[in-house]
Design a protein around this ligand. Structure first.
Ligand SMILES: Nc1ncnc2c1ncn2[C@@H]1O[C@H](COP(=O)(O)OP(=O)(O)OP(=O)(O)O)[C@@H](O)[C@H]1O
Ligand SMILES: [Mg+2]
Length: 341
């Protein structure tokens, strides 16, 4: 890691940030508190204001209102100090197309003050880490989109700054490269870096981010750990698979009745006959034991039981009233069958 030791305990403190484009308040009072040494996820649908927020935090865009500090340094008053503390993916987009990946990385390393031999070493290291060793001597003009993204992230890691802004770093990557990228992000954080990550993949935020802010229409509408966000919408579900398909309907009726009585309102269980499975929303997981006893007393044998939290996708939907993306929701949910039920 860098030799700089930030004294301020917060990596980012944003207070009511505003950015107006024409009539539109693209960012409308965003406040964020990001502790050091963590991955902070920013989730939001297209046009929510994520990139605009990052650009203000990274001193690339002047806020129209509010303020922000990076390790205690004000983004408007001390942009040079702030820039020395951050890395932003996307800022190396203007690399030389005729030069090879190695040459490009060496040039950036030299620009950042590394010696010739250190630059060479760093370039080789980063190319290896991002699976680009074989393409090291290819001219950039022959790179695919995914390779460019990887090179872009590699370039942003030359100086390993204490705070990294990663704006959708894995969009469009194949699953293997994506997993590799996650590993790199985890390693950086283990080594002390702080990462602010925007993503359109809810499972990515779920797996990587210690805390998540959900942004919609320029405002933070929820924040917390993934578990806190899930708990806040109270969508846990109990799934039971019966051993004997003929007991499915009596089991459904019993589950529904039992949980409705406990909750004091109607709780409907749904069945999936092909799977022999009953799914029911569950406010209080501690009821599960009594429910199982009741089923056994009624000679209903249960083959499999599973209490699941909602997917972040469902949380997102419940918070914003719409999905994370307007179109497809690739990689977004693992519990689609449940939400469909
Ligand atoms: N330079 C600009 N001039 C005018 N409008 C802009 C500009 N940059 C962004 N906007 C608008 O501000 C809003 C927020 O855009 P932003 O890029 O911050 O969203 P985002 O959350 O990053 O979206 P995405 O998920 O698509 O990347 C959008 O409506 C966008 O069209
Ligand atoms: Mg964006």
């Amino acid at each position: 890691m860098t030799s700089y030791t930030p004294s301020n305990s917060l990596a980012i403190e944003a207070d009511g940030l505003v950015k107006v484009f024409g009539e539109q308040r693209a960012v409308d009072g965003v406040s964020l508190t990001v502790p050091q040494g963590a991955v902070y996820g920013v989730l939001g649908p297209n046009g929510a204001g994520k990139t605009t927020t990052i650009r203000m935090l990274a001193t690339l865009l002047r806020p129209d209102g509010g303020s922000a500090r990076i390790f205690g340094r004000d983004v408007v008053a001390e942009p040079t100090a702030v820039r020395s503390l951050i890395g932003v993916t996307g800022q190396y987009a203007s690399v030389d197309e005729k030069l090879s990946a190695t040459e490009n990385l060496i040039i950036f390393s030299r620009l950042l003050g590394l010696s010739r031999s250190a630059s060479r070493r760093k370039a080789a290291e980063l190319l290896e880490e991002f699976g680009l060793t074989e393409a090291a001597n290819k001219a950039l003009e022959n790179f695919s989109g995914g390779m460019r993204r990887r090179l872009d992230l590699a370039a942003s890691l030359i100086a390993t700054p204490p705070l990294l802004f990663l704006d959708e770093p894995t969009t469009g990557l194949d699953p293997r490269t994506r997993a590799q990228m996650w590993e790199t992000i985890r390693r950086l954080v283990r080594e002390g870096a702080t990462v602010l990550l925007t993503t359109q993949y809810l499972d990515e935020a779920d797996q990587l981010a210690d805390r998540i802010a959900v942004i919609d229409r320029g405002k933070v509408i929820a924040d917390g750990t993934s578990d806190e966000l899930k708990a806040s919408v109270g969508l846990s579900a109990l799934q039971l698979t019966v051993a004997d398909p003929s007991t499915l309907e009596p089991a459904r009726a019993l589950v529904s009745e039992f949980l409705s009585r406990a909750a004091g309102r109607l709780i409907e269980a749904t069945v999936s006959p092909e799977a022999g499975r009953i799914t029911v929303p569950l406010d209080d997981p501690s009821l599960t034991a009594d429910l199982l006893i009741r089923l056994r007393d009624n000679d209903i044998r249960i083959e499999e039981i599973n209490v699941s939290k909602p997917s972040l996708d469902e949380v997102f939907f419940s918070l914003t009233g719409h999905g994370a993306e307007s179109g497809d929701s690739e990689g977004a949910t693992t519990d689609s069958e449940r939400s469909a039920a």
